[in-house]
Design a protein around this ligand. Structure first.
Ligand code: ATP
Ligand code: MG
Length: 203
């Protein structure tokens, strides 16, 4: 797991929903067929594809227990729900995108409510509040300089037309530690919290 923690260390953390391997494979295939349309983009590696609920940022390691308690309580209060991924878009806009994303055809309301619960709960243990409204999305790529991504988005969306039918259950929230590296970020799951059920032993 996290491994090698030193006293006084801060960890870069976020809470996310995991995507089943089969769905990530389907997405990665479409990405590999379309990435050439946007060579400037940094495409997210298959193993890193996820739905972010709450970006926590740098957090003191010694306060991790308190943060986990809140995540556990919020997860226990929730319940499993179905997610379907659907549609592609660009933030802040398709014509000047810095982020290319996949949207949620199902489950966005539930994800938004979990995100809001985490946002308010974690503010009590020193995590900054989110100022922007929650938009459930899976980041596919990032661009250093904003670019018109419309042709790539259209092609990706056509390629991923069947993705909506590959819906899946979300039954836990994962607390990730993120290591930013020159070759791309590395995410390490620290703990999983079951929705509506006791679990969450460290894996
Ligand atoms: P990189 O920063 O190298 O592009 P990354 O964004 O994937 O990699 P992190 O910055 O550690 O890695 O972010 C982890 C997750 O939190 C990602 O899903 C990212 O989109 C999200 N995230 C990062 N910063 C913020 C932020 N300020 N507000 C909301 N979400 C964020
Ligand atoms: Mg980042």
């Amino acid at each position: 797991m996290g491994g090698g923690k030193k006293k006084g260390e801060t960890l870069r953390l976020f809470a996310a929903l995991d995507i089943p391997e089969k769905v990530r494979e389907r997405i990665a295939e479409a990405v590999s067929r379309n990435a050439g349309l946007l060579p400037q983009a940094r495409w997210v590696r298959k193993e890193n594809l996820h739905l972010t609920l709450k970006f926590i940022g740098e957090y003191p390691e010694e306060k991790l227990g308190g943060l986990e308690e809140i995540m556990e309580a919020k997860a226990l209060n929730g319940e499993p729900f179905t997610v379907a991924l659907k549609g592609c878009g660009g933030f802040p806009s398709p014509g000047k995108a810095r982020v290319i994303w996949l949207g949620m055809g199902k489950g966005e309301k539930e994800a938004a409510s979990l995100a809001a619960e985490l946002d308010s709960g974690l503010s009590k243990v020193g995590v900054g509040r989110e100022t922007r409204p929650f938009r459930g999305h899976l980041t596919l790529a990032r661009l250093r300089n904003p670019l018109d991504c419309s042709p790539c988005l259209a092609s990706l969306e056509e390629d991923l037309a069947g993705l909506e039918d590959m819906d899946f259950m979300i039954s836990e929230i994962t607390l990730y530690r993120s290591f930013l590296r020159p070759g791309g970020p590395h995410y390490v799951p620290l703990r999983r919290f079951g929705l509506g059920r006791e679990c969450g032993a460290r894996d």
